[in-house]
Unconditional design. Structure first.
Length: 73
């Protein structure tokens, strides 16, 4: 499963990550940049360390999971 992670710095200088499922690919850096600016401008999300004040980074993360059969029932 792929997720788009948007990372921001909050007022306390800590990194806050918001994840969105099933991102559109290929990623559009300009659209992501604009969306992150809008999130900060609108003060759309809160964090325990205060308002989001700065963009840190964005990335698409893919997680693969494989179950291991332990023979348990």
């Amino acid at each position: 499963m792929k997720k788009l992670e948007l990372k921001f710095k909050n007022a306390m200088g800590k990194i806050v990550t918001y994840s969105l499922d099933t991102p559109v690919e290929p990623a559009d850096p300009a659209a992501i940049n604009a969306a992150m600016d809008e999130i900060i401008t609108q003060n759309a999300f809160i964090s325990s360390g205060g308002d989001l004040v700065e963009k840190h980074s964005a990335r698409i993360v893919e997680r693969n999971t494989s179950d291991i059969d332990l023979g348990l029932e």
